[in-house]
Design a protein around this ligand. Sequence first.
Ligand code: PLP
Length: 370
Amino acid sequence: MRKRTPDHRLLLGPGPSNVHPRVLNAMTRPLYGHLDPDFLAILENVQSQLRGLFNTDNRMTLPLSATGSAGMEAYLGNLLEPGDAVVIGVAGIFGERMCEVASRVGADVTAVRAEPGTILDDAEMAATIQQVRPRVVAFVHAETSTGVCQPVAGIAAAAREVGALVVLDCVTSLGGLPVQLDDWGIDAAYSATQKCLSCPPGLSPISFSDRALARARSRSTRAHSWYLDINLLAGYFGGERVYHHTAPISAIFALSEGLVLIADEGMEARVERHAESAAALIEGLASFGLTPLVAAEHRLPMLTAVVLPERLRGPEEAKLRLRLLQGYGIEVGGGLGSLAGQIWRIGLMGENARITNVEALLCALRRELA
Ligand code: PLP
């Protein structure tokens, strides 16, 4: 008879991460209507706290009612029209996904690629941007498929020089690393609630600058998606609060509580906690022969990609991950695409970025690899 997998899961993969009990509790609150003034006050507060996390004055900062991929679709779908040129920095699977989404919109996509585990080259991005003179430049801040942290300001400045709008994927970085939309010159950014915000999946915090809104307003064709059309979403999430779709009330209660936890801790302490946990993880994993894929200066703190030793590659790594899950309730992520079977992706995101969780994983590995 197979041993029963523990009910409790320690989610140390690329997301979702574990959720604080106060956040789970918030989801059990009795429902309000989405036009109830008391709910709208909570929503207003959530929007204001999201502005703080994104470090932006953008009025149109809101929790989109869908996962991070919808945030990606919202930007590319609102800012691009068929035939528009877009330059996309691809340092992994999520940059690749941006290319797919933009090409479905009918845009003319030029991709600049980086080797897996490395950052995009600023000079190559700038040269391509100068040559293509695109309407939009898009790239990923925290590439969850490789564990790379992309420096933002250089690429954003090159895009601005040719008048392009800059779109940044902050799905994995928001709440774990400083995000400075206004200082960096970002026009549109999206995130997701299930990573460093430590809330359940289902919402995508997004922020549109006035420049991006003006572009969406002056399109010559209608945005391909009615649900994600920012001009329509602005009716509810802007000042007027008129019905567009039914807001996911319980998910917004949860996000509201998650944002209070972040505010109470403070971003500085939170960033430090993520960095300390990642350092302890890397140090502990070295004894099993697992080494970081990414050079120290470009590593993400919340997602560490480690190269597996030869004996654990291929089918062995999937078996070991299953033993961790079924024996200890610990989830870690495997590699994607060309890195499948070669690396693990270990997340210490939001609430989970704690030394005790690092020790739990190391203890389980010690027992399994003894
Ligand atoms: N972008 C990045 C960098 C991600 O890590 C993910 C999800 O892991 C996404 C986009 C897509 O988000 P979601 O799975 O919430 O739709």
